[in-house]
Design a binder for this molecule. Structure first.
Ligand SMILES: Cc1cc2nc3c(=O)[nH]c(=O)nc-3n(C[C@H](O)[C@H](O)[C@H](O)COP(=O)(O)OP(=O)(O)OC[C@H]3O[C@@H](n4cnc5c(N)ncnc54)[C@H](O)[C@@H]3O)c2cc1C
Length: 324
């Protein structure tokens, strides 16, 4: 019998872990499969396509979406929080296989608990304990239906700047994989340790990739000045401003077409300026919200990068549990 979920313009269904591998100190790679993924499809390259995963509640139970119609979100939100499971956002690193054997590959960044403590975060805790056949729910694009969730939109830009931390590494890899061969630009990617660097980073020849392991240092401490030095060059002394914790929007999302702070969004398409230090540039910047906020303030407010040339995305916030 068809449930209403079959009628939804996306896939919202149980999937099972087909394989799990600790690929580096901070990254666990999952292949997630399920019959319904035969209908998975993105209209174009996958790029930085985001998806949602719903992890089981503390008792290990997943919610059921059977019988829900397109008001599933509201219905699900009405289930008590400790029963409905936890929803988090991730990126499709790759989609492999086909038909009923289609699998979504997802890299989950993990952080181990201090000795004697429980792991924090529903996604982190699940990933640290998951094994083959464990189930969770995926919300992802369905062939032939609009889903959204791709932010990469360089328009006519002639040079690219891509900046991120370890949580943005799968998205950055996806963007690089799908760039045209003649793309030009630079990538700066902060990881937790040197060993978290991906072995396979399929960048076009004209795009340099710089890995910046924190190796115990502060988030953004190396990344932000390196990006500013790259952009400002003769203004390499440009320092990152102090950003206080109460100024941070954990859900920071400022792209050419959307503003979480309610700023005016001028144009629906990216139109890089053709003069000045940022001529022809499109920038995509994602990671911990405080680091991204500091970069945004410097690039837009101090150095004058036009907001139509850049997407700033808070992928997570230190000390805050993401709820959707
Ligand atoms: C568009 C988008 C794409 C994303 N893609 C990916 C992806 O492919 N892989 C991935 O791993 N993450 C990705 N993220 C980030 C991920 O959604 C967050 O890290 C999320 O907070 C993880 O949920 P959690 O349940 O583990 O922790 P939460 O319950 O949200 O938080 C619990 C605690 O863990 C801390 N925490 C959360 N994430 C981290 C981290 N990475 N390092 C250290 N502490 C952390 C929080 O600050 C908080 O104190 C993406 C986010 C967005 C918005």
């Amino acid at each position: 019998m068809n449930s209403y979920v079959d009628e939804l313009p996306m896939i919202l269904d149980r999937v099972a872990v087909r394989s799990v591998e600790r690929v580096s100190p901070s990254v666990i790679r999952f292949e997630l499969g399920g019959d319904r993924l035969a209908e998975f499809g993105v209209d174009g390259p996958i790029l930085d396509q985001r998806i949602k995963l719903i992890f089981p509640n503390a008792a290990g139970t997943l919610p059921s979406f059977d019988g829900m119609d397109d008001s599933w979100w509201t219905t699900w939100q009405q289930i008590p929080e400790d029963e409905r499971g936890s929803i988090r956002t991730y990126t499709i690193r790759d989609a492999v296989g086909d038909g009923a054997d289609t699998r979504l590959v997802v890299d989950i960044v993990v952080h181990e608990p201090a000795p004697g403590e429980e792991p924090s975060g529903a996604g982190n805790a699940w990933a640290l304990g998951a094994s083959v056949d464990d189930e969770l729910i995926v919300l992802c694009p369905r062939k032939g239906h609009l889903f959204g969730g791709i932010e990469w939109a360089p328009g006519e830009a002639e040079r690219l700047l891509i900046v991120g931390d370890e949580t943005a590494a799968p998205a950055i890899r996806g963007i690089l994989r799908d760039l045209p061969a003649d793309a030009r630009g630079a990538v700066f990617l902060e990881t937790v340790t040197p060993a978290d660097r991906y072995d396979d980073m399929p960048a076009p020849e004209g795009v340099s990739v710089t890995w910046l392991p924190r190796a115990g240092g502060h988030r953004g401490a190396e990344l932000a000045p390196t990006v500013l030095a790259h952009l400002a060059q003769d203004r390499a002394e440009a320092a990152l401003p102090e950003v206080s914790d109460d100024e941070i929007d954990p859900d920071l999302w400022e792209t050419p077409i959307y503003s979480s702070s309610g700023e005016e969004v001028a144009a629906a398409t990216t139109a890089p300026t053709d003069e000045g230090p940022f001529a022809g540039l499109y920038a995509w910047i994602a990671g911990e919200s405080k680091v991204v906020t500091g970069l945004r303030r410097t690039l837009v407010k101090d150095l004058g990068l036009d907001r139509s040339q850049v997407a700033f995305m808070g992928y997570w916030r230190e000390g805050v549990a993401m709820r959707s």
